[in-house]
Structures are given as structure tokens and as C-alpha cells.
Design a protein. Structure first.
Lengths: 330, 239
């Protein structure tokens, strides 16, 4: 592992001050992705700012108007177990609990989870010279290589990697906002704009700008708590990334759907929200046939690769299943 | 194996030794739980070649990143205090094994994918392979070596022997440390994926499925899972 300068900061102000002194420095929180990538030589930061002691960033609390503020430094496990999250946003709790392992969830932070990088095997191993994400312009080894876990939606010729986060899929369904701060000030980024599609700039995972620190995730008040489900389909019963996952949420009036949210993981470079499918459901009475119709909208335009064609039908069926469980039909 | 007299009894100890009888004791000698050799004192000489015991004046920001920087860090391991100066690249796992000769914690994958390196930090289970030691300033670390009291095994250690929860034993320290924390989590009502009731904080009903999900971060190539699950369930019902 390359040597790096290390410093600790315990206030947001000193964190930003340290960052402006050393513009290339990276934040170290739980480290469950960063340390892994540093061991592989994919990430080689020369300066780490340990932000684990910035206590003000770990809070989970209600905001005026009933929204929920979830600190960027709250651990995934603490977030999933927090009464306010369990009661008001069980979809988020479920998605968090579906991810990684208990040990990893105890160390991983919400900010780090948002920023975690793809697990494409060609990206993860610098022995592969063709990776446009690591080395822009070098090519994409996955396109003609082993691409079983790669994208079926929204991919580009330059990169077919997927975003591996479960939490982010639930956040997409819940229309979260990401609050960030730099020395220039504070702003919120809607979750739909936080993660990028690969396009022609696969080296960029998110729209977080240099110099910005994630402070919190904010969840708007909603009526989805009673009918939601996070379905994760994977090769093992636990402790594996999603082949396909679905965050489904329904706002019901009896059996009639007032509004719906559908977001998928494991299929694209970012959580895949499907508003076309949601529109199919609005104002209608729940039924398997209705869910079938919505599912077809989700995978319309899917472009599979040599080893991941199974994901198209798997995604479609998973949408039906997730909606059925959310709606109490299953 | 010597223990430091200052060893702190955290909530690792679920209950006393009243559950162990003499006949039980003779059963466990066949597969004796081999304690690792390691003397831990507050003045431990680290076995790495590149650091010293006196703290270096390492200022918060180092401009020249091509020189090695040693970072002062103070932590408690199994109740013993250590004041160290460490290369920030050293993981907690390597500090324990190579630096302090606490080789009970194992390196399985070194990438957070197997759980063999599981230790408790401030009572919470983490993968020590993915954690830089310098980030644990002021923390309390508990390893497998810290579970037993002299010759007296922790109830989970006894249960693993009684219920045949191991074959080669390599994953076992991680399994046991993970299980210690898992039982505390379950007692406190922590939720899990797939458990239908995500709204309650009452002690969890630890079915086989629940144990497997909550222990899914610890894999066992020998496939000793049935015994592991039984061992854990047997201790939980006594809590």
C-alpha cells in the first residue's frame, strides 16, 4: 500500500480546512470500501483525513415538517436500527440490512455507502489494463469479458458497471436529498442527480464536487411506511451483492394505489428509478396483472450482454414480486 | 497464558461458570481449545521492525508524503493499555497479529469477505482487516484471547466445543467473537433482513434462520454451520 499522510479532524470546519490545505486529500470514515480499494491498488490517496470523530455528523433526528435528517457519519447498522428509520422508512432499514455483513454494517457509514464504487472485477484489479473508470480511454474489458453482474439499463459503450449499493436504491425510491458542504457553502443534491450514468465520463461515479463533504441524507415525509418492500436477489442467501434488487413502495387507499415508487439495483451505473412503471399503477386497483404491466415498463429498452441476459426477466419478475409483497398480495 | 490483572470485564461475559460441571469439563479436553501464546502488558514491545514505543512528534499535517509518518495512537486491547506509534497503513488485524503476537484473530481473506478477522471494538463486531489501527485512538478492542478467564472458557467457547461448532478451527475465533456481539445485538432487539418485524425492539427470537442471517458475515469452509448455530442458540436461551 502506498504511504499516505494521515490526520484526524473532529469538527466539520476543521475537516474542510484540512481539505483546502490538501486539495487531493480523501476522507476516511468506516473505510470498508476505501481500505479494500487501497489494498488492491485501485485507490492510492496520498493524504487521508480521518473524519470518524466528527460527532455532529452522526445524528439522526426529525426536521421541521416531519422530514428525517440522517447523518453521513451514522453507521449503517445504527441507521437501520434507529426507531425513526424503522418506523417511518422501513424500506430504508430493510435495504441497509440487506447489504454486506453485520461486521461491515457496523463500520460502514451512510456517506461512505453513497460513495461506494462498483465491484466490477476488471475495475477492482489493476492487472486489467482496460478500464475506462480507472484509466479513461483505456477501454472496457467487461464488454467482451465476464459481464454477468453488469448493467442491462442505461449503460454506455465506455462502461457497463453497476452501482452496488442497496441503501442508494431505497433512497432513490424515497426521493432523498443529499446535503453537502464545502468552503463555498452548503447545497442539497436530489438523489436522482447524485449518482451519474457512465456516459462518456465513467471515471466519475457521482456529482459530488471536489472540496465537498457529505453532511447528511434528508428524507421527505411520505405515506410509504406501511406498504414497502426491498427485495434482493443474489447468488447466496446472504452476504452477496444483488444480481437484481427492487425497492417498491405503495401509498394505498384500500386496494387503490394513490402513488407508487419503484427503483432497481444491480442493473445500472446508478439506482434505476422507473417513473414510467409507477405511472402505470397510479389510480388503479392492485392486481398481479397490473404489476405485470408495470414490470414491462421497467425493463423496456434493456440491453443485455453475453452473460447477463438473465437479468432482464429476473428484474421484471422481481418487480412483480416486490410490488406484491409491498401491497400485501403475496 | 497470562492475563493482565487490569482486564476489563465488559458485556462479553454473559454469565458465570455455573453452567459448567466437572463432567462437562472432561468432555472438552479432547478438543482442547488451544489458547494462543501471547503476553500482553502495557509496556509491550511491538514486533514490527519499523516503529518505537516513544511517541513521535508527528504533527497533524505532513507535507512530504514520501517519508514514513508514524502516528501516535492509544488503545486498550483485552483490558491492557497500549501507547503506540504506528505507520497509518497498518490494519488493526496486522497490529494484533504481527505487532502484538495476538494470533488468535485470523487473516482469512484480508478484504472483509470472510469474517475470520472479526474482533470487538467498543463492544461492536467489525472486520479488523479493513480498519487502520490508527483510527482506533481511545478505543477498547476485545479479541478471542480476551474471552476466557485463565482456564475458564467463555460460555460460547464451551458451547462451540459441546456442539461441534468447528473442524479445522480457522474461522472459529472470528465466529465466536462475532457471536458474542450478535447475541448482544439480538438481546437488544436489533433488526435483520427478512425478519418480518422491523418495528420492535424486544429481544429477538433466534430461530435457525435468524442465527444464519445474523452470522452470515462469518463463513466456514469446513461447513460446521449446524454446530455453530446450535452452539449459539444454546447460549442465547440461557441469557
Amino acid at each position: 500500500m502506498n504511504p499516505f499522510a494521515y490526520e484526524r479532524a473532529d469538527q466539520v470546519e476543521t475537516v474542510l480546512e484540512a481539505l483546502s490545505r490538501s486539495p487531493g486529500a480523501r476522507f476516511l470514515a468506516g473505510g470498508t470500501n476505501l481500505v479494500d480499494l487501497m489494498k488492491n491498488g485501485v485507490e492510492q490517496p496520498t493524504h487521508l483525513i480521518d473524519i470518524n470523530r466528527v460527532a455532529s455528523l452522526a445524528a439522526i433526528q426529525l426536521l421541521p415538517h416531519g422530514a428525517l435528517h440522517i447523518g453521513a457519519l451514522a453507521r449503517n447498522s445504527d441507521t437501520a436500527n434507529h426507531p425513526l428509520v424503522r418506523q417511518r422508512y422501513p424500506l430504508l432499514a430493510e435495504a441497509l440490512l440487506a447489504g454486506a455483513s453485520p461486521q461491515l454494517r457496523n463500520a460502514a457509514t451512510n456517506g461512505g455507502n453513497l460513495l461506494q464504487r462498483t465491484r466490477c472485477c476488471y475495475f477492482m484489479d489493476p492487472a486489467f489494463s482496460q478500464c475506462n473508470k480507472r484509466i479513461p480511454g483505456s477501454g472496457c474489458a467487461a464488454r467482451e469479458g465476464l459481464n454477468r453482474i453488469h448493467a442491462i439499463l442505461g449503460a454506455s459503450d465506455e462502461c457497463i458497471a453497476t452501482n452496488p449499493s442497496d441503501m442508494s436504491v431505497a433512497l432513490a425510491a424515497l426521493e432523498a436529498q443529499v446535503r453537502v458542504r464545502s468552503t463555498a457553502g452548503e447545497r442539497t443534491i436530489p438523489i436522482a442527480d447524485f449518482h451519474r450514468l457512465a456516459g462518456t465520463t465513467p471515471e466519475l461515479d457521482t456529482n459530488l464536487q471536489p472540496g465537498e463533504l457529505i453532511l447528511a441524507i434528508e428524507l421527505p415525509k411520505n405515506n410509504y411506511a406501511t406498504h414497502s418492500h426491498y427485495l434482493k436477489v443474489r447468488d447466496r442467501a446472504s452476504y452477496a451483492f444483488a444480481l437484481v434488487s427492487v425497492a417498491a413502495a405503495l401509498d394505498l387507499d384500500g386496494k387503490k394505489i394513490r402513488s407508487a415508487r419503484i427503483a432497481l439495483g444491480g442493473v445500472a451505473h446508478k439506482p434505476w428509478r422507473s417513473e414510467d412503471a409507477e405511472q402505470v399503477l397510479v389510480g388503479k386497483e392492485m392486481s398481479i396483472d397490473l404489476f405485470q404491466a408495470a414490470s414491462e415498463k421497467v425493463v423496456a429498452g434493456a440491453r443485455p450482454h453475453a452473460h447477463n441476459a438473465f437479468k432482464v426477466e429476473l428484474a421484471r419478475q422481481s418487480v412483480i414480486r416486490a410490488l406484491s409483497v409491498a401491497g400485501g398480495l403475496a | 497464558m497470562n492475563r493482565d490483572d487490569n482486564e476489563k470485564k465488559s458485556d462479553l461475559r454473559q454469565h458465570g461458570s455455573d453452567s459448567r460441571s466437572d463432567s462437562h469439563h472432561s468432555q472438552v479436553t479432547r478438543r482442547e481449545f488451544v489458547a494462543t501464546v501471547g503476553t500482553v502488558t502495557s509496556a509491550a514491545i511491538l514486533r514490527f521492525p519499523i516503529f518505537a514505543d516513544e511517541s513521535l512528534t508527528s504533527h497533524p499535517h505532513v507535507q512530504n508524503t514520501t517519508t514514513y509518518q508514524l502516528v501516535p495512537v492509544s488503545l486498550q486491547i483485552n483490558g491492557a493499555s497500549h501507547q503506540l506509534s504506528l505507520d497509518p497503513r497498518i490494519t488493526l488485524l496486522d497490529l494484533l497479529r504481527d505487532g502484538l503476537a495476538l494470533t488468535g484473530t485470523k487473516k482469512g481473506c484480508d478484504h472483509g469477505q470472510c469474517g475470520a478477522c472479526t474482533v470487538l471494538v467498543n463492544g461492536r463486531r467489525i472486520n479488523s482487516c479493513l480498519s487502520f489501527a490508527v483510527t482506533h485512538d481511545g478505543d477498547q478492542v476485545s479479541t478471542i484471547e480476551g474471552l476466557s478467564q485463565g482456564d475458564e472458557l467463555h460460555p460460547l467457547q464451551s458451547a462451540f466445543l459441546e456442539h461441534d461448532g468447528l473442524q479445522c478451527g480457522y474461522c472459529t475465533p472470528g465466529q465466536i467473537c462475532s457471536a458474542v456481539a450478535m447475541l448482544n445485538e439480538a438481546k437488544a432487539g436489533a433488526a435483520s433482513y427478512g425478519s418480518t418485524d422491523t418495528g420492535s425492539s424486544h429481544p429477538v427470537r433466534l430461530t435457525v434462520a435468524e442465527v444464519r442471517e445474523r452470522m452470515s458475515g462469518n463463513i466456514c469452509r469446513c461447513g460446521a454451520y449446524p454446530g455453530i448455530v446450535q452452539a449459539i442458540q444454546s447460549v442465547y436461551e440461557k441469557l
